[in-house]
Design a protein around this ligand. Structure first.
Ligand SMILES: Nc1nc2c(ncn2[C@@H]2O[C@H](COP(=O)(O)OP(=O)(O)OP(=O)(O)O)[C@@H](O)[C@H]2O)c(=O)[nH]1
Ligand SMILES: C=C(OP(=O)(O)O)C(=O)O
Length: 215
């Protein structure tokens, strides 16, 4: 088969916290207003990069943030709190919406704080993910998970946060062999991640915000 026939069309689910509650680990360097603007800028830049990836058919954003709406992606309401970690529950809600609209569709849950995401890097990860039932990409630290994938015949097992990469590996999910430098692994959590963005090609909204911050 040619690579075209093998190409899997993906629905990408992007969870985004209400902006005013996001990025608390940056509270020491950014005030609440700027942090909220950063959450929104990074989320929309992540979505734009995902939409530009050739393997992505649709993007669904799972959020309760009223400022995150747009014509190029769908919005899935934040699910009610349960005993499950809220991020994992949000991803499950997004996956359920994707599968309700397109039964058996391959789904990829992508964190919404990847402002340096490049479409080619996401395509490279999804090309690898097309060969395994469940895959994941660890963050640059190797502990968290920034992308998890599930082909149409299996349900994803949403698990994010510190330690989630090891949990996915222990569950037999395949660590997708993307380079450490891949922009799929570059989430922004800590002040050091924010500083590193100054030397990184980021989406236009995040770039504009950083330019205002740095004067
Ligand atoms: N919809 C939704 N998205 C979430 C939730 N928790 C985290 N996210 C998103 O998932 C991505 C990664 O989460 P984190 O790195 O923990 O982001 P965060 O919770 O804003 O960061 P901290 O407050 O510093 O822990 C970010 O895009 C968040 O906006 C949640 O409960 N619901
Ligand atoms: C959500 C994650 O962790 P963090 O809170 O460190 O971004 C993750 O990377 O799985």
């Amino acid at each position: 088969m040619t690579s075209i026939e093998r190409a899997v069309p993906w629905v990408v689910v992007v969870p985004v916290k209400v902006a005013t509650e996001g990025k608390s680990r940056l509270a020491g360097v950014l005030d609440e207003r700027v942090r909220a603007a950063l959450v929104r800028a990074m989320a929309l830049d992540t979505v734009d990069a995902a939409l530009a990836a050739s393997h992505v058919r649709r993007v669904l954003v799972v959020t309760a943030d009223p400022a995150l709406s747009g014509s190029s992606f769908g919005v899935v309401p934040e699910p009610a709190r349960t005993s499950r970690p809220p991020l994992d529950a949000a991803v499950l809600a997004g996956v359920a919406a994707a599968r309700a609209a397109a039964p058996g569709v391959a789904v990829a849950a992508l964190l919404g704080d990847l402002p340096a995401l490049q479409p080619a890097d996401l395509d490279a990860a999804l090309a690898l993910a097309a060969t395994v039932p469940r895959g994941f990409v660890a963050d640059a630290e190797g502990t968290g998970t920034t992308l998890l994938t599930a082909l149409g015949a299996v349900d994803p097992v949403p698990h994010f946060g510190t330690g989630s990469a090891a949990a996915h590996a222990a569950a037999g999910h395949v660590r997708l062999d993307v380079p450490l430098a891949s922009s799929v692994r570059r989430d922004v959590d800590l002040p050091a991640d924010l500083e590193a963005l100054e030397a990184t090609r980021v989406g236009r909204r995040t770039a504009a915000l950083l330019a205002r911050l740095l004067g």
